[in-house]
Design a protein around this ligand. Structure first.
Ligand code: SF4
Ligand code: SF4
Length: 316
């Protein structure tokens, strides 16, 4: 949401959530006048604790990017009918079913009777809107042999479909399983961070559509500050499990800081996120060293064998 001041659900109104417009500096650009966001690192802060699973972000992404539906299948995966990120699903809202009631302390003391009643249900959802992380060390970009995948002036990772040859190397190089090939022509697709909208001075469609500001768009530096404030508020309310995933280079050295990072309340694996993702090109150096060491050992073995045979013949 970009237009109205937001407060988080619950009685603690002292904690105001800045809007996406404030974070991107809405006064700095003029929509429709050919200006755009200034260059810099932009991304998403996704606060899973305020996601209500409405899937407005998924729909807005499909609508803006003119992506086809995924078929109207019953997946059996809770209330989720799109299952995963893919070539035609660039945002995916997961419904993670967990045992145990909702922890009402998250919402403070003034909980309405209706909400309190749901607290008796021995079942709850964790909801999370997943997306391309626009990694600092992006495996997809590093392995692309055609230069189709580039880093933009917004520090996002962008696939140029007209240069993609469909080799699929990026698909196996992404440690998050994000990027995917189109079944029809084999080309790779994923979230563009709404590159076209940024050029028009607009925020990405998913952040614009999210009714709870679970998805906030802005400059990564500002987003990290906002996210840290949110974690502190949750800790004050007794939600000691709240933490940030991907906001810090030291936490995920294999990919570096993620321009799209998350606030989680359970282990990363619960949300289908790897605990220690690694850009596979990080292993290129050690692979070459192993190959060279193996080659040197084989040459030494051959030389040793030749010398020992020669020594045996001369001793006869
Ligand atoms: S490696 Fe995966 S998550 Fe990272 S930028 Fe590429 S597609 Fe996105
Ligand atoms: S639009 Fe916001 S609240 Fe709705 S599913 Fe997406 S992230 Fe969750």
């Amino acid at each position: 949401m970009a237009t109205s001041p937001e407060t988080l659900p619950g009685p603690d109104e002292s904690r105001e959530l800045r809007t996406s417009s404030e974070l991107v500096g809405v006064d700095a650009w003029q929509p429709g006048r050919g200006t755009a966001h200034p260059p810099g690192a932009y991304g998403f802060f996704t606060d899973t604790t305020v996601c209500i699973g409405c899937k407005a972000c998924e729909v807005a992404c499909k609508q803006w990017n003119q992506l086809p539906d995924d078929g109207f299948l019953f997946t059996g995966e809770s209330y989720d009918n799109t299952s995963d990120l893919g070539a035609s699903t660039w945002r995916h809202v997961a419904f993670v079913e967990r045992e145990g009631p909702v922890d009402l302390s998250w919402f403070g003391e003034d909980v309405s009777p209706a909400v309190a009643q749901t607290g008796e249900d021995p079942f709850r959802w964790l909801m999370m809107s997943d997306v391309c992380k626009h990694c600092t060390h992006a495996g997809c970009l590093d392995v692309c042999p055609t230069g189709s995948i580039i880093r933009t002036e917004y520090d996002s990772v962008f696939v140029q479909p007209d240069i993609c040859n469909g080799c699929g190397m990026c698909v196996v190089a992404c440690p998050f399983g994000v990027i995917d090939r189109n079944e029809d022509d084999g080309r790779a697709f994923k979230c563009t961070l709404c590159y076209d909208r940024l050029h028009g001075g607009l925020e990405p469609a998913c952040a614009k559509a999210c009714p709870t500001d679970s998805i906030v768009f802005g400059e990564v530096e500002d987003l990290v500050e906002l996210a840290q404030e949110r974690v502190a508020v949750l800790h004050e309310r007794g939600v000691s499990s709240a933490y940030l995933y991907g906001a810090d280079e030291a936490q995920l050295p294999g990919t570096g800081q993620l321009n799209a990072f998350f606030l989680l309340t359970d282990r990363p694996e619960v949300y289908n996120l790897p605990p220690d993702p690694v850009d596979p090109t990080e292993w290129v150096g050690s692979s070459w060293r192993s190959a060279l060491a193996t080659g040197a050992a084989m040459v030494a073995a051959v030389i040793g064998a030749v010398v020992s045979v020669a020594a045996g013949r001369s001793g006869r």
